[in-house]
Design a protein around this ligand. Structure first.
Ligand SMILES: Nc1ncnc2c1ncn2[C@@H]1O[C@H](COP(=O)(O)OP(=O)(O)OP(=O)(O)O)[C@@H](O)[C@H]1O
Ligand SMILES: [Mg+2]
Length: 250
C-alpha cells in the first residue's frame, strides 16, 4: 500500500457503521498533495461515504481523518464550514444556478466569500472561464442555453473560483457522450497542471477505468469498505488483485 510524507488527506483506521451495516471497515489511506488520485469501486463499495467523511459531512464510528494537517474530529461547526472552503467540487450534474448566466454562476462564491469589487469579480470570472475553455460569446448564456460540456466548464470554473486546495470530482463524466467525456477528462488533467504550482490536490470518484488510467497519477480500488489496491496509475492494470482485474476488463 502506498503511503506519502505530508499527504493532503490521511485516513487512519476509519470504520463507519450504519445500524449493523459496516460500510467502511478499518480503512487507511493517504492521498498525496498536488496529484490526481482516483478512487474506483463497484456501486455500493462506499465511495461516496468515504468522500463525505473527507468533507466532514459525516462522523466516523471510529478512526481518524486528517485533511491539510487538521484533525476533523477536533473542528467545531464554524471551523468545519470554513474548512470546507478549501474544497472545490464538481458533481455529475454541474448543479449550476438555472437563472444566472455563466459569469454570474462563477461570481457567486466570490461575491459570497470575498470582499472583491464588482470589477475585480467580473475580471476574475472572465479569466476563470477562459482558463477552462469557455468562449466569451457564451459568458452571458444561462445554463439551459449551454451544452452539457459547456456547463461542466462553468461548473469547474466556479469550483476553482476560491482557489481550492483540494478539488473533488464525483463521477464527473457519468451521463456524458464519449466526446464530451474525453473533453472533461482532458480538462481535469489540464486544470491540475495549471494549479500545480500551488499544489492543488485532485480526487476523482469514477467508474471509468480507461479515462482514470489516462489522467490519474494514482489509483485506489475500494471494495466492501476497504482499499484493496492502491498503485501508480501506470501500474494499475497489472494489479494481481482479481476484483481489480475484473473491473479493468469489464
Ligand atoms: N446514511 C446512510 N444510512 C444507511 N446506509 C447508508 C448510508 N449511506 C450509505 N449507506 C450504505 O453504504 C453503502 C455504500 O454506499 P455509498 O453511497 O458510499 O456507495 P458508492 O460506492 O458511492 O456507490 P455508487 O457507485 O452507487 O455511488 C451502501 O450499501 C449504502 O446503502
Ligand atoms: Mg456514490
Amino acid at each position: 500500500m502506498l503511503t506519502f510524507n505530508n499527504p493532503a488527506i490521511r485516513i487512519e483506521n476509519l470504520t463507519k457503521t450504519f445500524g449493523d451495516h459496516t460500510v467502511l471497515n478499518n480503512l487507511s489511506f493517504d492521498i498525496p498533495k498536488g496529484k490526481i488520485t482516483t478512487i474506483l469501486g463497484f456501486s455500493g463499495a462506499g465511495k461516496s461515504t468515504l468522500l463525505k467523511h473527507i468533507l466532514g459531512l459525516i462522523q466516523p464510528s471510529s478512526g481518524r481523518i486528517t485533511v491539510l494537517d487538521r484533525n476533523l474530529a477536533a473542528l467545531k461547526d464554524v471551523e468545519l464550514r470554513e474548512f470546507r472552503q478549501s474544497f472545490g467540487m464538481l458533481f455529475q450534474y454541474a448543479a449550476l444556478f438555472d437563472s444566472l448566466d455563466a459569469i454570474e454562476n462563477v461570481a457567486f462564491p466570490l461575491r459570497e466569500f470575498t470582499k472583491l469589487s464588482n470589477d475585480e469579480v467580473l475580471s476574475r470570472c472572465r479569466n476563470l472561464l477562459e482558463s477552462v475553455g469557455l468562449e466569451p460569446i457564451s459568458f452571458h448564456k444561462i445554463p439551459s442555453e449551454l451544452s452539457g460540456g459547456m456547463r461542466k466548464r462553468v461548473g469547474l470554473a466556479r469550483a476553482l473560483s476560491l482557489e481550492p486546495d483540494i478539488m473533488l470530482y464525483d463521477e464527473p463524466t457519468t451521463g456524458l457522450d464519449p466526446i464530451t467525456t474525453h473533453m472533461v477528462d482532458n480538462l481535469i488533467r489540464s486544470t491540475s497542471e495549471k494549479h500545480n504550482k500551488r499544489e492543488m490536490t485532485s480526487v476523482i470518484i469514477s467508474h471509468d477505468v480507461k479515462a482514470t488510467l489516462r489522467i490519474s497519477d494514482f489509483v485506489a480500488f475500494l471494495d466492501r469498505g476497504n482499499i484493496v489496491e492502491y498503485l501508480p496509475a501506470s501500474e494499475f492494470a497489472q494489479s494481481k488483485n482479481e476484483l481489480v482485474q475484473e473491473f479493468v476488463n469489464l
